[in-house]
Design a protein around this ligand. Structure first.
Ligand code: FES
Length: 93
């Protein structure tokens, strides 16, 4: 099973393949901030310190939101992520 590690609390959780990162965070009450939950506000932006190739590909809509809210290379939206392998996540300001 894939493992999600959160840089914010340095905890690791096992999840089934195909888990939505948003669902995982809500189910586990993790320290990761969300707003709209539909990919438009950018509150949930993060970087994958490990496993950028272990999540679903970036869509044009996600890219548009990211361009409006961060200039961090490789940033993703937590509410749009599907976890398919081991990842380490750090939320960005
Ligand atoms: S919570 Fe708004 S873009 Fe993810």
């Amino acid at each position: 099973m894939p493992k999600i590690t959160l840089a914010s609390n340095n905890k690791t959780y096992e999840v089934p393949v195909g888990t939505k990162f948003l669902d995982f965070c809500q189910d586990n009450r993790t320290p990761h901030d969300f707003g709209c939950t539909v990919g438009s506000c950018g509150t949930c932006r993060l970087v994958l310190e490990v496993g950028a190739d272990k999540v679903n590909p970036l869509t044009d809509e996600e890219q548009e939101t990211l361009e409006m809210c961060t200039d961090v290379a490789g940033a993703r939206l937590g509410c749009q992520l599907t976890v398919n392998g081991d990842i380490r996540v750090r939320q960005i300001d």
